[in-house]
Write a protein that binds this ligand. Structure first.
Ligand code: SAM
Length: 380
């Protein structure tokens, strides 16, 4: 069976979580870089990675990697790639995204058009046609150039994998599903421990936790671009991945996951989203301000994404709000607390320095993951 190299991009700062996910799926890591993890696998790996990885944005087949310092070089080296092995005669193909860092070639639109021309030239000579209808399935390519090294990936996911298919309604500043999952997977939380998100908004963190706890594959409710292809990936691979997802799901699991928010309307949306995700019965949602947060449970987890002053007028409320978080958390003395926020003064107002602090990029926005690590529960 053919072996491919895959590229899986992730949030900057979450590479270690994605690497662990890929290793747990049984694949060999080939490279870990800023914002991406590469791995080897057979063609079934494509379907399984799309179905099961919670923290990557997409899964790409790595087509080639080469050095190019001029557009001529880019054209010739792109043309030399056996594109017919990937794109059928009627395939619709284009460079969906090009980015360049610290390289001589930097104009994305020029990179895109030169590479498209080069692929057309190659395909013309192989398929013996002058014109491509491009009436078949889509084959979007994504190109990154780093220090003059061009890497080309063929996207197999289509719509970004953070779109699981359950979040129809969102809060003002929702966290992506992939980032929420990565954040939860960075903590030692497991389905037997209480989890509370006091600023749950549209419910992303509680829903992702419930999916993880019930072992529900993040891709079970959606389709993937490469499922429309008649080449490369046999239909059977997608069926196998779906069957596996259905087999490993825990059907009668019980969990204590709670989501609160001051905004009653957003709580209704969170409930709806959780129902769509198939985990509505596993989460207790309720309208409640953070000032009323309390629990009689021990060794629980607060995992949350509080307001960070997205709007100027909200910024003046942040000191009071973060002081409130500090006050309610103080009473939960056996609990751990993980807060992701772009608010740089969080620790100052919470009133306690985090045990660990990690920088994570949410797109272009720098955020901090403050980690207050509580004691481990005694062994049963
Ligand atoms: C950054 S958003 C959370 C987004 C959420 N993670 C999601 O994915 O939808 C912050 C949330 O905090 C809520 N909020 C603001 N002040 C609050 C307070 N005092 N108590 C509880 N919730 C509050 C807002 O209504 C908003 O939904």
């Amino acid at each position: 069976m053919s072996r491919y190299e895959y590229i899986a991009p992730c949030h900057f700062g979450m590479e270690a979580v994605l690497k662990r996910e890929i290793t747990d799926l049984g694949y060999e890591i080939s490279n870990v870089d800023n914002g991406k993890v590469c791995f080897y696998g057979d063609i079934l790996a494509c379907a399984r990675a799309n179905m099961f990885l919670r923290t990557t944005e997409r899964v790409m087949i790595k087509i080639a990697s080469f050095t190019a310092e001029t557009f001529d070089e880019l054209f010739e080296k792109t043309k030399a790639i056996p594109w017919e092995q990937y794109i059928p005669k009627d395939g619709k193909f284009w460079i969906a995204k090009a980015n360049s860092v610290s390289s001589k070639l930097f104009s994305p639109s020029d990179i895109q058009s030169i590479m498209k021309k080069a692929i057309v030239e190659r395909m013309k000579s192989v398929y013996k046609v002058e014109w491509f209808e491009e009436s078949g399935s889509a084959y979007p390519l994504r190109v990154s150039i780093l220090k003059d090294v061009v890497t080309i990936g063929l996207d197999t996911s289509g719509e970004s994998l953070h779109r699981r298919g359950y979040r129809k309604l969102t809060a003002k500043a929702p966290i992506t599903e992939t980032l929420a999952a990565a954040m939860i997977m960075l903590t030692p939380w497991n389905k037997d421990r209480t989890l509370i998100d006091p600023f749950c908004g549209s419910g992303t963190i509680p829903i992702e936790a419930a999916l993880i706890g019930a072992r529900i594959a993040p891709g079970i409710k959606r389709s993937f671009l490469a499922e429309t292809w008649n080449n490369l990936i046999p239909r059977d691979a997608w069926k196998k991945a779906r069957d596996e997802a259905n087999d490993i799901m825990l059907n009668d699991v019980k969990m204590d996951i709670q989501g609160y928010d001051i905004d009653g309307e957003i709580i209704k949306a969170a409930r709806q989203n959780a129902n769509l995700a198939g985990v509505g019965h596993l989460i207790h949602f309720q309208q409640r301000p953070v000032s009323e947060l309390k629990s009689s449970k021990k060794y629980g987890f607060i995992i949350t994404n509080p307001p960070y002053g997205e709007r100027i007028e909200e910024q003046k409320n942040l000191p009071k709000l973060y002081a409130e978080i500090g006050r309610v958390y103080k009473a939960l003395d056996t609990w751990s607390c993980y807060i992701i926020t772009a608010y740089a003064d969080s620790e100052k107002y919470i009133g306690r320095k985090a045990d660990k602090n990690r920088k994570i990029y949410n797109g272009m926005m720098k955020t901090y993951l403050y980690q207050y690590i509580g004691p481990k529960p005694p062994k049963a």
